[in-house]
Design a protein around this ligand. Sequence first.
Ligand SMILES: *[C@@H]1O[C@H](CO)[C@@H](O)[C@H](O)[C@H]1NC(C)=O
Ligand SMILES: *[C@@H]1O[C@H](CO)[C@@H](O)[C@H](O)[C@H]1NC(C)=O
Ligand SMILES: *[C@@H]1O[C@H](CO)[C@@H](O)[C@H](O)[C@H]1NC(C)=O
Length: 397
Amino acid sequence: MAFCDSPLLMKLLIFIVLSIVFVTTVSSETQCRNFKSIISFGDSIADTGNLLGLSDPNDLPHVAFLPYGETFFHHPTGRFSDGRLIIDFIAEFLGLPLVPPFYGSQNANFDKGVNFAVGGATALEQSFLEERGIHFVYTNVSLSVQLKSFKDSLPNLCDSPSDCRDMIENALILMGEIGGNDYNYGFFLGKNIEEIKELVPLVITKISSAITELIGMGGRTFLVPGEFPIGCSVAYLTLYQTSNMEEYDSLTGCLKWLNKFGEYHSEKLQVELNRLQKLYPHVNIIYADYYNALLRIFHEPAKFGFMNRPLSSCCGNGGPYNYTFGRKCGTDVIECCSDPSKYVAWDGVHLTEAAYRFMAEGILKGPYAIPPFDWSCLSSEIQNNGSSDIDNSLMDN
Ligand SMILES: *[C@@H]1O[C@H](CO)[C@@H](O)[C@H](O)[C@H]1NC(C)=O
Ligand SMILES: *[C@@H]1O[C@H](CO)[C@@H](O)[C@H](O)[C@H]1NC(C)=O
Ligand SMILES: *[C@@H]1O[C@H](CO)[C@@H](O)[C@H](O)[C@H]1NC(C)=O
């Protein structure tokens, strides 16, 4: 008792334990695997058409309209971008088909991938967030609902329990990004940062339990993204605009305190992933550092082909960041900038295909997957995949 009553000693011990966990697992290596499919859970960052599929045809979401999808697909697909998402670039890199949305697509072929990510989805249950005064209407398909859909659909996805285990074992499981909306809804409703920070351990526990459950079902490789640098997000820059220049990072123009929050979530998530990795040494749990994979664009936009200070959205209607709350791209704003590939921000909240492509390459080819992927067992064709100009410019670093 006396031992635990000494807070300083306790803190010191926790620090030592955490340091050991950190040091030992950062050195863990991934095993090269020839993934046969992608199984995805998350929100709009990875939604390839689920929110659209779940929608009432008489009340379609704004992503059902152009200019969504104008790049690459040339029509709206339900993706929250002008074109492809990170998950699409991962699929292309692996030589797999783009991952079809599960909801609302009865006839799709899920042999090589299935996507449960729904735009607006939260890590925590809608009812739980409501109890905390965080109300939202977009969707109630939280992470546990997505996981339940996956389990319920297994009889249609694979033929026998051993076949299902096989499928899950050979899949790259994309766990997120999820949790961003739990925070977004809180921030956008004016909750203060302390209240929102209280959600962080709860969100991370949700992500962790989902991974644990999937490990029990045979899951072997998880790619788990952290939070974005939300201080560089157009919606946040607009909402928290201030004349106090000290709140902005002078190099990027991003809001420092919000980026700190992104780092806070991401650090806590990594600690938990390291704990899981130790617990399940036969599994590869890879952290996808979305935060830094994106932040480097804001540090050197021109070097990577983006415009200077890429802090205004492509599909918007004026204001310092070309964004107005309540005026949605697709329904209220139907114009967009002439060259989305120069922009990072697409609609104020989501990014352009150009930004997502850049992030995906940073994850697949390093250094933003921790530990990095090992592609040595794949054909040289795939190994050389994605060695575009972007990679060459990265090598110059
Ligand atoms: C990667 O390789 C696969 C198979 O060779 C190919 O289908 C795919 O288009 C390539 N992806 C990229 C991004 O080059
Ligand atoms: C989610 O909302 C739908 C439609 O409003 C409702 O039918 C369903 O029961 C809800 N699901 C959960 C898990 O709350
Ligand atoms: C703002 O959005 C409009 C409409 O989508 C676009 O035409 C314009 O180029 C954007 N402005 C800036 C400064 O990015």
